[in-house]
Write a protein that binds this ligand. Structure first.
Ligand code: CU
Length: 151
């Protein structure tokens, strides 16, 4: 009889202990998942009006210089893709960073304001008239390229 009473007592204590444990659980875990709405702002880098088909040649710009072949030859009526993955540039006809009007140059190069580029820009420019056109950058006067247009 005494044994049974002790066993019951132990069971009762264990039961209370168990109850005590359970009361502590379930509290305070309010980790509301703060919805980090990643504003996936469409960084649609303004791809250019490369409207007129494929370019016959490509001139590529780095951070402060042309990279790759900067002197290319195409035929009249063909286009050059000016690709700028690297930097901020402003291309004009001329040399040493100075604009000089070039007869027969594409209309884009007719003004001293030239053609501006930001990283990621790709612009296809058609050269309708034969001639040799020197192209420089007003921001980086050491940048020099040329497009030779054969008839
Ligand atoms: Cu430049």
């Amino acid at each position: 009889m005494r044994k049974l009473a002790i066993i019951l007592g132990v069971v009762a204590v264990l039961a209370l202990a168990a109850c005590g444990e359970t009361t502590t659980t379930g509290g305070g875990a309010d980790t509301t998942p703060t919805a980090t709405t990643a504003a996936a702002t469409a960084t649609a880098t303004a791809t250019t009006a490369s409207g007129g088909g494929s370019a016959a040649g490509t001139i590529t710009m780095g951070g402060s210089a042309f990279s790759g072949a900067a002197d290319i030859t195409i035929k009249a009526g063909q286009s050059v893709l000016f690709s700028d993955p690297g930097g901020v540039h402003n291309l004009v006809t001329g040399t040493h960073g100075q604009f000089s009007a070039a007869t027969g140059a594409p209309s884009e190069f007719a003004a001293s304001s030239g053609v501006s580029f930001s990283p990621g820009d790709m612009k296809t420019i058609k050269f309708p008239t034969a001639g040799k056109f020197n192209i420089t950058c007003t921001i980086h006067p050491s940048m020099q390229a040329s497009v030779t247009v054969t008839p």
